[in-house]
Design a protein around this ligand. Structure first.
Ligand SMILES: Cc1cc2nc3c(=O)[nH]c(=O)nc-3n(C[C@H](O)[C@H](O)[C@H](O)COP(=O)(O)OP(=O)(O)OC[C@H]3O[C@@H](n4cnc5c(N)ncnc54)[C@H](O)[C@@H]3O)c2cc1C
Length: 506
């Protein structure tokens, strides 16, 4: 009979932890959380980040003295994971809800802009004749959507594509004017590519049960499911989500973890039972270099590790792990991953015309109607931004979506700011002269392929299983967990715990 391994003593565990070196590759929120989980049990941790600062999609900027988020600015409340972490990090008293103003839709044929209807699910209305819905889709659109109620239940089948499901049941106007702006804004994806079962779990089943799509939306809302869908309820932090980075870095320093920025990992290789990680960085300039005209050579370093946690974007992770995890290639199943490349231009404006918040907290666009994809009126959405801006306005304009490069990508910073200003003027429905622009910041991001894209779930599960099969290895981040802090945080915690357990109780 096989012997059950004896449970290690507390002293054994402490010395095993202290003798274990973990290298974390990538210092976005996924990598920072993973590093903290390992460091806090006494493991030696080295985190290597390619950029000059940690944070990844949590990025900060300062415009004329106003500190702002240039990337993620909030988190979904569902699951309570982010809130719990913020409280653990001592940031609980800075948690705030956005203003209740609500968002608008822009680019509606015939009418331009209108408030985003309330009470739907991913933009699908529960009542097509509701005043704010009918305003967007018109009488003909409302009657077409109503046919959903009288169509025979026999035609109901299990439809994977959200866009096709909505168009077949309620018509193209509901799909194009109500659902597409939401999926583009939330997932950077067309509704046709979005998997209903991932984006709105339970909708297909409710449709079969109640016999109509609008009835299914109503049923799910009564069950409280709408609160669980992305974008349904969010919170932010006074001072911005960037505060999370400071708190995590402080914790890492307290646990003696080493954090290296401007250090790009180029190779991850098996080395006996452990790993060898090779990085490249620019050496720091010294006073002697000032007279030296030649470029200093890059610094190539090797790190030996007992375990590695890869916390980069998907493309980088797949390249770094190609040799160590051959099964990862099979998880692609021949599909090309198209990661949306987006740009966010943040504008600080002297524009009293915006005091009245003409489009509430922000604007989603009907795809094809504008160059920009979405806009957040930050001074209308967050009280702390309004107070920090001292009578001026902050507006964030987003460009680019899945399969559609950002219109600003080829422009220099000034031209990008001017385009963002003219789009802001169009989306907010007010004139904004070039003289209104006080300062601008532009940031580029490669987003994870949305988890709700049809087929993404299977690819992600296969990739995760392939990585988990390799001892001493874990991968975390939005490409595996799904986009958003509410997904990335608990997933990074869970994966680090799995790895820690395997290392300490082996
Ligand atoms: C503009 C924008 C706004 C968003 N807004 C919100 C929001 O309001 N609420 C919300 O919940 N979510 C939001 N998100 C999504 C959320 O921010 C992300 O899902 C999450 O931050 C991803 O974290 P991550 O650690 O997986 O990846 P990332 O943040 O992308 O971090 C990956 C890190 O790996 C580093 N790296 C890459 N290659 C290497 C290498 N070879 N060596 C070393 N390091 C490397 C990168 O430099 C980067 O720092 C937003 C995303 C974007 C882009």
């Amino acid at each position: 009979m096989a012997e059950t391994p004896a449970t290690p003593s507390a002293d054994d565990l402490a010395s095993r932890a202290a003798g274990t070196h973990i290298v974390v590759i990538g210092g976005g929120v996924g990598g920072l959380i993973a590093a903290r989980e390992c460091a806090k049990v006494g493991m030696r941790v080295t985190l290597l980040e390619a950029a000059d600062a940690v944070g990844g999609a949590i990025r900060r900027t300062e415009l004329d003295g106003v500190g702002l988020d240039a990337g993620a600015e909030s988190y979904a409340t569902r699951g309570g994971h982010v809130r719990a972490l913020l409280q653990e990090l001592g940031l609980g008293d800075r948690i705030v809800a956005p203003a209740a103003g609500g968002a608008w839709l822009a680019g509606i044929p015939g009418i331009g802009a209108a408030p985003l209807p309330v009470g739907g699910l991913l933009g699908i209305p529960s009542n097509p004749f509701q005043e704010d819905v009918r305003r967007v889709i018109g009488w003909s659109g409302a009657w077409r959507a109503y046919l959903d109620r009288v169509r025979p239940p026999l035609t109901i089948g299990h439809q994977l594509s959200l866009g096709r499901l909505v168009a077949s049941r309620m018509g193209a106007k509901v799909r194009d004017r109500l659902v597409a702006p939401v999926t583009t804004g939330v997932y950077s994806a067309s509704p046709d590519d979005v998997d209903v079962d991932v984006a709105a779990p339970g909708l297909n089943a409710a449709l079969t049960r109640v016999g109509s799509l609008s009835g299914a939306v109503m049923a799910l809302r009564q069950d409280g499911a709408a609160r669980k869908t992305p974008g349904a309820a969010v919170e932010g932090l006074i001072g911005g989500m960037g505060a999370v980075l400071d708190a995590l870095l402080e914790d890492l320093a307290r646990f003696d973890a080493e954090v290296r920025t401007a250090t790009r990992v180029e190779q991850v290789a098996r080395d006996g039972d452990g790993w060898r990680v090779t990085s490249r960085s620019r050496p720091e300039a010294t006073a002697d270099d000032a007279d030296d005209e030649s470029e200093p050579a890059d610094l190539v370093e090797e790190f030996d590790a007992d375990a590695v946690i890869v916390a980069t974007d998907e493309g980088t992770a797949r390249v770094l792990l190609a040799d160590a995890v051959p099964a990862l290639a099979a998880s692609m199943a021949g599909a090309a991953v198209v990661a949306p490349e987006i740009e966010v231009v943040t504008l600080l404006l002297d524009a009293p015309v915006l005091d009245a918040a003409p489009r509430g907290t922000g604007v989603l666009t009907v795809p094809g109607s504008h160059i920009a994809k979405a806009l957040t009126h930050s001074t209308a959405k967050w009280d702390w931004v309004r107070e920090a801006a001292g009578g001026r306005h902050v507006v964030r304009v987003s460009f680019g979506a899945q399969g559609e490069p950002a219109a600003t990508a080829e422009l220099d910073d000034d031209a990008a700011a001017q385009l963002a200003l003219s789009e802001a003027s169009a989306l907010l429905g007010v004139p904004l002269a070039p003289s209104a622009l006080i300062a601008a910041h532009r940031a580029r991001y490669v987003q994870a392929q949305p988890a709700s894209i049809i087929g993404a779930g299977e690819r992600r599960d296969a990739a995760r299983a392939a990585v988990q099969d390799v001892p001493g290895l874990a991968a975390v981040g939005a490409w595996l967990a799904g986009t958003g802090l509410a997904q990335v945080l608990p997933d990074a915690k869970g994966e680090s715990d799995r790895l820690r357990h395997a290392l300490l109780f082996a």
